[in-house]
Design a protein around this ligand. Structure first.
Ligand SMILES: Cc1cc2nc3c(=O)[nH]c(=O)nc-3n(C[C@H](O)[C@H](O)[C@H](O)COP(=O)(O)OP(=O)(O)OC[C@H]3O[C@@H](n4cnc5c(N)ncnc54)[C@H](O)[C@@H]3O)c2cc1C
Length: 454
């Protein structure tokens, strides 16, 4: 049994840890922050990408396409909400209209053939609230919505219940030893491992250097987003995409599985790897663009704003490479599509280890634990009379905006990978994520956190 240290517990690291442990390896998953999924994986646009617009021939193109299918296959066992809303890509001027055929050709080149042209009338029939001026578009029927929060917590939970050790608040600061016998110095003590997998997101270049490599440099690309109230949900049925540019997929409008509407993201290259605040300039620009696409959206209330940092590098593909001689796998620079591709990346990591001769005996009976439901398209605990009859804590609504119950907050604090702070409770339950942003329920959730932490 090979002992593998996975550095970074975002979507990618958690997916890799889960796949490795199920494949029969011994795994330590090491996270710098207090919680899993608290980096880029918590702050993105939550689109379930098909990869139709990825660059043909890249690892990213293949992994997003495969990852899209794998998420679909796992969703029901894991109770992950996926909504196949479809996306509509819209041309707003003659130049963009002229690029639609190229986008169709690109989609076919990466193996996605379900894309189809839409006339102006079809565009407005599909999205009646669009602003004037659309010239035509494309339908991408398999794009959709995902829930990044329960995907990450679900993957981490799966890894742990099947045998992985999870270390949190444990930044890896030094790696010594040699291939096959590494010693990682972490905030939670030393970890001895034969292999290291680097899934450290925005710090994947720094961890690469700790491993004696120097393959790439991360330049964070910030994306700011605006979350509109649930009353805006009727305005949009699909993911509404712009014609992408060379550097960004552009500003989109999308429903969320939680019943809100998102507008964003921006794309700004930065030096600062901590700059996850929003800016007046960014939000003003988004409102201007959003008002042209869906004018009525601007009449709706804003619930929240946030920003995430894409781990962009100088390469136009993921920095995903195995170094068998070094017993090291680099999984860095997973920029704009990593939630969609994470299960495929994990599958590839297992295959690369096997190719390097690290064969293990897969678990005969891996355990699967479905995640609590966070989505609006299925029954939530507060509305489930049978559940409430069994446990009245699910009938006691703590967060009125998001209708989150005492039972759900309790579960988030006592689960296999429990929340350790308010943000962790939010991502496991939706409490404090609603209209009042915790004004009503914050004190009660804080009291519960103190009670369960002892
Ligand atoms: C604005 C925006 C929109 C996006 N939209 C989408 C989308 O719609 N669909 C989609 O599929 N993807 C989307 N993405 C991309 C997606 O969010 C990322 O590709 C994905 O979250 C990357 O996951 P990760 O695990 O590589 O990184 P992270 O989630 O950042 O995880 C890396 C982890 O490593 C930890 N770490 C770092 N250094 C160390 C160390 N030294 N020791 C221990 N731990 C360490 C960090 O604390 C962090 O938790 C978007 C991204 C952004 C920013």
């Amino acid at each position: 049994m090979t002992h593998i240290a996975v550095v970074g517990a975002g979507a990618v690291g958690c997916a890799i840890a889960r796949a490795l442990v199920r494949a029969g390896h011994r795994v330590t998953l090491i996270e710098a922050r207090a919680d899993v999924g608290a980096g880029t994986s918590k702050a993105n646009t939550a689109i379930w990408h098909t990869g139709f617009d990825a660059k043909p021939g890249t690892r990213e193109a293949a992994l997003v396409a495969r990852g899209h299918r794998l998420l679909d296959e796992r969703a029901s066992d894991m109770n992950w909400p996926l909504e196949r809303t479809g996306a509509i890509l819209i041309a707003w001027d003659a130049d963009q209209q002229g690029r639609l055929d190229g986008i169709v050709a690109n989609a076919r080149a990466v193996g996605y053939t379900a894309i189809e042209p839409l006339s102006v009338d079809e565009v407005y029939a599909a999205e009646p609230h669009l602003g004037p001026g659309a010239l035509g578009g494309l339908l991408v029927p398999d794009e959709g919505l995902l829930d990044p929060w329960s995907i990450v917590v679900g993957l981490a939970t799966d890894a742990v219940i099947n045998g992985a050790t999870l270390l949190r608040s444990a930044p890896v600061t030094k790696v010594t030893g040699e291939p096959g016998a590494y010693v990682l110095t972490t905030g939670a003590g030393e970890v001895h491992a034969q292999w290291v997998v680097n899934a450290a997101g925005l710090s994947s270049d720094a961890v690469d250097r700790l491993m004696g490599q120097d393959g790439f440099t991360i330049t964070p690309r910030r994306g700011e987003l605006i979350v509109f109230d649930k009353l805006a949900r009727h305005l949009v049925q699909h993911v509404i995409l712009p014609v992408p540019s060379a550097t960004t997929k552009g500003v989109l409008i999308s429903p969320t599985v939680y019943g809100n509407v998102l507008l964003g993201p921006t794309a700004d290259d930065l030096e600062d790897r901590q700059a996850t605040g929003t800016t007046e300039l960014g939000l003003t620009g988004l409102l201007e663009k959003g008002g042209l696409i869906l004018p009525e959206l601007l009449e709706e209330e804003v619930t929240a704003t946030y920003a995430g940092l894409r781990a962009a590098s100088e390469h136009s593909d993921y920095c995903f490479e195995a170094f068998p001689g070094h017993r090291y796998i680099r999984v860095g620079g997973i920029r704009s599509t990593g939630i969609s591709s994470c299960l495929a990346i994990a599958e590839d990591v297992v295959a690369q280890l096997a190719e390097s001769g690290e064969i293990a005996t897969p678990l005969q009976e891996p355990v699967t634990q479905p995640m609590p439901n966070l989505a609006e398209d299925r029954l939530r605990p507060y509305a489930d009379p049978e559940l409430i009859a069994r446990d009245p804590a699910y009938g006691d609504v703590v967060c009125l905006c998001e209708r989150v119950t005492l039972g759900e907050v309790r579960d988030s604090l006592t689960s296999v990978v429990p929340a350790v702070d308010m943000d962790g409770v939010r991502r496991r339950t939706r409490a404090v994520a609603g209209r009042c942003q915790g004004f009503h329920c914050g004190a009660r959730v804080t009291a519960m956190m103190e009670a369960y932490r002892g």
